[in-house]
Design a protein around this ligand. Structure first.
Ligand code: ZN
Ligand code: ZN
Ligand code: FE
Length: 755
């Protein structure tokens, strides 16, 4: 007998997350007979059904799919009739080289949290997981995604785990990291009180230490965290002392959103981000201060919710509603992942180390996000996002963008997917560059990638460019370079799926321009094939070169000198009062004699200068400190703005500097000064967008570059441009900062090659 038979091909990220059992349950619910199997190109389902039924089934698949899956397409086709008597899962074991999608790590699911109290062999088991949750990318050494290819390989399954693993109806069917108290990896706590390996005691002991103000190193999903009570001055000051070269704000982990709401504002989109299975850090508006040293001078706090089973177990024993939970590293080094490195580097600084004996293979930091308007923005793409593909309609196979330098990342093209590496930090740090190279080789193996076209930044000395040159030499691949700010705009276009030309505002700290100068505030007419530079900030001397980036007071003197000459010494402003006159004169000499003062056009340096003139920040202890402080002090009740002047292609801020100094002389608050400065920039971008539209007819605007991490600025600009009927785009799942450069390079490379 024959029956109408349909085949559904589900493509996308559908492997290793319990997709086949999900289909099995769903088909049973829909009363369908048939089969499901994994194939290289996706999951294939065959069912006896009517067309109407199979469409309903397809809709249910996309609607109810496991949280961590990402379905690209479900294709229905009618095939030769075949009669099924029941629904079956086909054990297709030969998933081979074609499978190129690897799930990111997934926060523990609600069912597993229940199992922690119900399942005899998993009572309080701190590494509980199932096909819907648990570690993935961080433990995968190779494909196919099977236990022997993960860092779970050394652990044999007990009979009970094995039975669950083999039962298609079980939530742990083919859950590669399945484990329990009897057979899985275990936690151990080393503190001054000795070693403990008892999981009933460990959360209690850790909670005790934390309540006493201890600083602990705790192994997370993709690396160690440094952890203390967010309300303990002792704990936070120990941590600050340890991180002394690095003044970056610390992220917090709150017990739940109710507790967090006492300290930050959370809107519905932000709440959804906080609770998503990706569990990123979300930047939220501070309502009140917690403890000095956590995020001094800033108006936001970076907050996340518990995501490992152990975090939940710990909060049950903790009184405090929040922990500081920051990357376990010294300034700019990669987060530590091994017990050996932790005991070597941290033992003098921490009061205890909590670890578990399952290896972290792929290091992956916490991701950082924020919500601008109602758009989620990924600012640091790592745990929960990496290495999920970014889909495109472009042929990208064999292309790699090697990224920038300060916020390093690379991006591989695999078919039409862009696969972006995790955030890695500053390549100038030797360990970070090693991490970058190692990660590249690991991705090559995981994704069966071999380079044909290597795309780097234009800057010949970036370590990512040197890496690109060497890679091209070793493999015979072609090497091209792309201007930094062009790549920023291309990443925004790629993220939004745009073609043709756009008006691009590419604002950041620095990037080598085609004229040999350092650029950083560029208004471009841009498409993938190329760009034209229409406007940019006036070139200013950068006294002392790179030193001026860490010391914003130098840049302030550069701007003041332009307006007042050596008379700047007579200004009655905090900058002159607070800094040594001899040092100020030295900087003036550098500028006058043009010694070590390269010319820069840079939005980042303008923020530096204004923050220093306003007396907010003379010396930075972390990247982008001045813009973050300046945004944080904005008095939102202030109206009015500072003005600028257009000199041909160049935007001069001399009028603005004069107005700021006048305001300071009149005792206007820094909050009002910061507001008028931001309003002025919003107006500038609006005016230039209108001017470019008038000239070119283009009405799509892409905003990209680190400057647009400034929420106040970006939301206001978006609003103004919307009113004027521009279509405005920002890279959203691709970081708007330099981590996104690699994707822009990849997209430009693809267009060059495919043309
Ligand atoms: Zn689970
Ligand atoms: Zn077991
Ligand atoms: Fe940049």
């Amino acid at each position: 007998m024959e029956a109408t038979t349909f085949r559904l091909l589900v493509s996308g990220l559908v492997q290793g997350i319990g997709f086949r059992p999900f289909i099995f349950r769903l088909a049973t619910k829909h009363g369908l007979s048939g089969q499901v199997e994994n194939r290289n190109d996706g999951v294939v389902i065959e069912v006896n059904s009517t067309l109407e039924e199979v469409r309903r089934f397809r809709d249910a698949i996309t609607r109810e799919a496991p949280v961590a899956s990402s379905i690209e397409d479900v294709e229905i086709s009618e095939i030769a009739g075949r009669l099924f008597s029941s629904f079956e899962i086909h054990q297709s074991e030969d998933i081979s080289d074609g499978v190129t999608e690897i799930s990111p790590d997934i926060a523990v699911c609600p069912e597993c949290l229940e199992d922690l109290e119900l399942q005899q062999h998993r009572i309080s088991y701190p590494l509980i997981n199932c096909t819907h949750c648990g570690p993935r990318f961080s433990i995968i050494r190779d494909l196919p995604y099977d236990r022997p290819n993960t860092t779970m390989a050394p652990f044999g399954m007990c009979p009970e785990c094995e039975a669950e693993y083999n039962n298609i109806l079980d939530r742990r069917f083919h859950a590669q990291p399945v484990a329990c108290n009897r057979c899985g990896p275990i936690y151990s706590l080393v503190s001054r009180q000795g070693v403990s390996g008892n999981i009933q005691d460990i959360p209690v002991k850790v909670a005790e230490l934390i309540s006493e103000g201890a600083l602990l190193a705790i192994k997370g999903t993709g690396g160690f965290h440094l952890v203390c009570d967010a309300f303990s001055e002792d704990g936070v000051s120990k941590l600050r002392k340890m991180k002394k070269r690095d003044g970056k704000p610390f992220a917090l982990m709150f017990r739940d959103t109710d507790e967090a709401r006492n300290f930050v504002e959370i809107n519905p989109v932000e709440e959804e981000m906080l609770k998503s299975w990706k569990r990123p850090i979300v930047l939220l508006r501070k309502k009140k201060e917690i403890t000095r040293g956590i995020a001094d001078g800033l108006s936001t706090l970076g907050i996340m919710l518990p995501y490992m089973p152990f975090h939940h177990l710990l909060f049950k024993s903790l009184e405090t509603p929040a922990l500081v939970m920051t990357s376990g590293n010294f300034s700019e080094e990669p987060i530590l992942i091994s017990d050996e490195a932790v005991s070597k580097q941290f033992s003098d600084h921490v009061d205890g180390v909590l670890t578990y004996n399952r290896e972290i293979y792929n290091r992956v930091d916490d991701s950082l996000t924020a919500v601008f308007g109602s758009s989620p923005m990924v600012l640091r793409r790592a745990r929960g996002y990496t290495p999920a593909p970014i889909r495109s309609g472009l042929e990208l196979e064999g292309i790699i963008g090697t990224g920038a330098e300060l916020t390093a990342s690379f991006c591989l093209g695999k078919g039409t997917n862009a696969i972006m590496s995790q955030y890695m930090g500053d390549l100038k740090n030797l360990e970070t560059f090693d991490f970058y190279r190692q990660t590249y080789h690991r991705y090559c193996r995981l994704f069966r990638f071999s380079p044909e076209l290597v795309v780097s930044d234009l800057h010949p000395d970036y370590l990512s460019t040197r890496f690109a040159r060497q890679l091209a030499e070793e493999t015979g691949a072609e090497h091209i370079s792309v201007q930094h700010h062009h790549a920023h705009i291309a990443s925004g276009m790629f993220s939004a799926g745009l073609e043709g030309e756009v008006i691009g505002f590419s604002f950041d700290g620095t990037g080598l321009g085609t004229d040999g100068h350092s650029w950083g505030a560029e208004v471009l007419r841009a498409g993938f094939p190329g760009f034209e530079r229409l406007f940019h900030f006036e070139y200013m001397p950068l006294p002392g070169g790179d030193r001026a980036i860490a010391e914003p007071w130098r840049m302030a003197l550069s701007y003041l000198y332009k307006c007042y000459g050596a008379d700047l010494l007579n200004l009655k402003i905090p900058l002159i009062a607070d800094n040594d006159e001899r040092k100020i004169r030295d900087i003036i000499t550098l500028i006058e004699k043009e010694i070590n003062t390269p010319l820069v056009s840079s939005a980042g340096r303008l923020f530096d200068a204004v923050a220093a003139i306003a007396g907010l920040n003379y010396r930075s202890s972390y990247h982008a400190q001045s813009p973050m402080l300046l945004e944080s002090v904005i008095d939102t009740s202030t109206r009015g703005m500072y003005t600028f002047e257009l000199k041909g292609q160049q935007v001069s801020f001399s009028p603005m500097i004069h107005q700021i100094v006048d305001d300071l002389h009149q005792g206007i608050s820094t909050g009002a000064i910061a507001a008028k400065f931001h309003h002025g920039l919003v107006e500038l971008i609006l005016q230039l967008a209108l001017e470019v539209r008038e000239r070119t007819g283009l009405d799509r605007v892409v905003l990209a570059g680190g400057t647009f991490q400034n929420r106040f600025l970006t939301e206001k600009i978006r609003h103004k441009l919307d009113i004027e009927q521009f279509a405005v785009y920002l890279p959203e799942t691709i970081p708007v900062n330099d981590q996104g450069i690699a994707v822009g390079q990849l997209a430009i490379g693809a267009h060059k090659r495919n043309r």
